[in-house]
Design a protein around this ligand. Structure first.
Ligand code: KIV
Length: 263
């Protein structure tokens, strides 16, 4: 690792916008790392993007540690953040601290992310020397409580609540805060008032950094993409075309040809 949590604060101080991307495996992590992406999140979105779950709720600590280790092996420069899965930090604070520690000790991550405004838990983990990234606004782990994936903070009262959560997490010592699915003007207010950098996803252009799920960016998704996601490639179609051509070549007796066979 050569990017550290201090670098993210320096980006904010210099007004330099930065990116974070998710990765779930070695080759993707290596490509992102070699492309100079400073922060890689092993998101619990591995659940719906890689493991075939409908939501992130079933994702376990074992699954997260397995994918975190693969990503860490591929990333030599980026800061790797492990996402704490649903119910791994919701019970006793000691269990939350122990699970956070496993991401560093067993997973090799450099930091963890907590997808809820759990101020005391965040402060206790920071106190053990584990860097914590917060995540507020639309939390996919709370999909059932929210009644779907809904933009949060649309009323003044909800916006105030989210602003208060951001400030409390900032005081608790988090090194960065993901703002998901909130109006742009609220994200701007939070970004102005926080010392830690904000990283937006569906939170408009005024955050210090931006994050996307790698499958959305690469066009590897099934069904429709969220409004905030922009596919920069269309790899699902590219893969389908490649495997179809391979099958057609084999059927036609054109593969393997002389160039791909041993004498
Ligand atoms: O799990 C994830 O991919 C995330 C990002 C959307 C921030 O939490």
């Amino acid at each position: 690792m050569s990017v550290t949590v201090r670098d993210l604060r320096a980006f904010k101080e210099r007004g330099e916008r930065f990116v974070m991307l998710t990765a779930y495996d070695y080759p993707t992590a290596r490509i992102l790392d070699e492309a100079g992406i400073p922060v890689i999140l092993v998101g619990d979105s591995v659940g719906n993007n890689v493991l075939g779950y409908e939501t992130t709720i079933p994702v376990t600590m074992q699954e997260m540690l397995h994918h975190t280790r693969a990503v860490v092996r591929g990333a030599t420069n980026a800061l790797v953040v492990g996402d704490m899965p649903f119910m791994s930090f919701h019970t006793a604070i000691e269990d939350a601290i122990a699970n956070a520690g496993r991401f560093l000790k067993e997973g090799g991550a450099h930091a963890i992310k907590l997808e809820r405004p759990v101020i005391e838990v965040a402060a206790a983990i920071v106190d053990r020397g584990i860097p914590v990234m917060g995540h507020i606004g639309l939390g996919p782990q709370s999909v059932h409580a929210m009644g779907g994936y809904r933009v949060q903070g649309r009323t003044e009262e909800d916006a105030r609540k989210i602003l208060d959560e951001a400030q409390a997490l900032d005081k608790a010592g988090i090194f960065a805060l993901v703002l998901e699915g909130i109006p742009s003007d609220l994200a701007a207010r939070i970004t102005e008032t926080m010392s830690a950098p904000t990283i937006g996803i569906g939170a408009g252009p005024h955050c210090d950094g931006q994050v996307l799920v790698i499958n959305d960016l690469l066009g590897l998704g099934f069904g429709s993409y969220p409004k905030f996601a922009k596919p920069y490639a269309h790899l699902r179609e590219t893969i389908a075309e490649a495997v179809t051509r391979f099958a057609a070549d084999v059927a036609a007796g054109e593969f393997p040809d002389e160039a791909h066979a041993y004498r």
